[in-house]
Design a protein around this ligand. Structure first.
Ligand code: SAH
Length: 356
């Protein structure tokens, strides 16, 4: 049994069953045993690989996406370049390298990282030495903001509600014979819609996702800029149970090894859109990651890299493009949502919107 599992079993023994969100929060960010607190999970040696770790093109193209918008805004200075959950800092390092071709922008940018993981912060310090680290967006000085969150929203804790005959119940985690088990308890909080669901259906909610959209809205509405949210998720209702655990690139049980396996849930993009619209933001997309990367020129960028690549590098570049873009791979599963201030020029790559 992992140290964290022992801790959770004792906690439930003392105070009764806990919500899925509470479990997920402990598993990922418990101050001593949390998954992101105690190690670096990324890369082929780790538990999962992300787009910026697959290819430098990903971060470079995101950098150039913001360049285009910055020029359209009349080259303001300073600009706060904020990344939520920057992992090893690879995306930001690649983006900053790419934007150096544009005079004045690098000097205008103040880089801010929002991160909970001490080991990943160490990696980020090496990748982007002049970054500033924060726990929340409140600490970042006001001003124009470019915000990026790649595979951040999927690690925010979710609550799960189960439809039963008398109404909605909440999925809870309990202990039986010393082992963690899934059960149900009374649902608290705002009422959920009854229509369109059958007994046994599951609906997920992410209170922290709403919190981060609120924080983005505050900055964007005050001073302008853009936020890009990239994650695996769904843009249709009815996704059901998307809570999952991964270790060494393999699926494992969600209750099996808290603290040493990665726990995530698919991101509900319709819900993010609704939250952003209610807060009065301009909403672009979501597009599939494949469409987005094509719109911002991945083929052109890959062509440039291929020109100076040897045989082995050529194979790697083509395989990376395939993984990032093709609809059967990350290109289809991942979605890209862009938020901005109302009545400002839309980012070129989102208009006209792609049929998805
Ligand atoms: N964006 C990176 C890493 C994705 S992994 C990439 O694409 O490679 C998720 C990242 O979010 C990690 O850096 C993790 O430490 C961070 N993270 C997870 N939960 C967080 C929280 N509640 N607050 C701040 N950072 C968090």
């Amino acid at each position: 049994m992992t140290a964290l599992k022992e801790h959770i079993v004792k906690l439930i023994g003392r105070q009764g069953p806990i919500t899925v969100a509470h479990y997920m929060e402990l598993a990922l960010t418990h101050p001593e045993f949390g998954y992101y607190i105690s190690g670096d999970p990324l890369g082929s040696e780790g538990d999962f690989t992300t787009s910026p770790e697959i290819s430098q093109m990903f971060g470079e193209l995101i950098g150039l996406f913001f360049v285009d918008y910055w020029l359209g805004m009349g080259s303001p200075s300073p600009v706060h370049f904020v990344e939520l959950g920057p992992g090893r800092g690879t995306l930001m390092a690649d983006a900053l390298r790419a934007i150096e071709v544009v005079p004045g922008l690098r000097e205008a940018l103040k880089v801010h990282f929002i991160e909970v993981s001490p080991p990943l912060m160490e990696a980020q310090k090496k990748a982007v030495p002049d970054a500033n680290w924060h726990n929340s967006m409140d600490d970042i000085p006001p001003g124009v903001s470019f915000i990026i969150a790649n595979e951040f929203f999927d690690c925010l804790p979710i609550r799960q509600f189960v439809k039963t005959d008398p109404g909605w119940a909440e999925r809870m985690i309990d202990v039986e014979d010393g082992e963690l088990v899934l059960g149900v308890g009374e649902a608290s909080g705002p009422p959920l819609p009854e229509g369109g669901f059958r007994p046994g259906d599951i609906k997920e909610a992410s209170p922290q996702a709403a919190f981060w959209i609120g924080a983005m809205a505050q900055r964007l509405k005050a001073a302008g800029g853009l936020a890009l949210i990239i994650d695996y998720g769904y843009d249709q209702p009815g996704a059901g149970d998307t809570f999952q655990a991964v270790k060494n690139h393999q699926p494992v049980g969600v209750l099996a090894e808290p603290g040493v396996s990665d726990l995530t849930a698919h991101v509900d993009f319709l819900n993010l859109v609704e939250k952003a619209e209610n807060l009065g933001l301009a909403v672009y997309g979501p597009l599939s990651q494949g469409n987005f990367l094509e719109n911002i020129g991945i083929e052109h960028r890959a062509g440039k890299l291929l020109d100076s690549a040897n045989q082995k590098q050529k194979k790697q570049i083509l395989s990376a493009v395939d993984r990032l873009v093709s609809p059967e791979e990350m290109g289809g599963l991942f979605k890209v949502l862009c938020l901005g201030k109302k009545n400002t020029v839309p980012p070129a790559s989102f208009s006209p919107p792609e049929a998805d």
